[in-house]
Design a protein around this ligand. Sequence first.
Ligand code: ATP
Length: 137
Amino acid sequence: MSIEVTIVTPERRLLDQMVCREVELPGAQGMLGVLEGHAALMTPLSIGLVHLIDIDGGEDMYIAISGGFAQIGPERVQITARSAELEGDIDVMRAEAAHQRAMQRLKNRQSVDPDRAEMALARAVNRIRLARKKVNI
Ligand code: ATP
């Protein structure tokens, strides 16, 4: 049983046909587990972590994404993400600064677009969570 995962963003191809046993995706309605043989499906993704399980029969990998969509088929998953980072890509200081900025903006609600600040906060929390390995959902 195996499934091939590709992750692209507007800036780069982060993963190219990575083979794993299962992939979990942050779907718009919650986490979605995909195994070989899954029905063809196109789904929007939310801010969250993509989890690749048993790459080459062993390692797991997590990728922080901030929305996009996934094209699921019986043998492969193609993710087009707004942004995507591996654990080692994440600049924690930058994510913490983004977190602080968003919190500040949410305090002065009248001067900003609160939805935009909420999304920026969620992206920052997601990155910090992966960088600190707090990935258990
Ligand atoms: P910031 O306000 O720090 O730019 P953001 O959430 O608005 O954060 P995005 O628009 O989601 O940033 O991402 C823009 C680009 O910067 C993407 O390529 C994304 O992968 C990268 N990026 C954003 N934050 C980080 C981070 N903390 N560490 C590494 N790369 C990051």
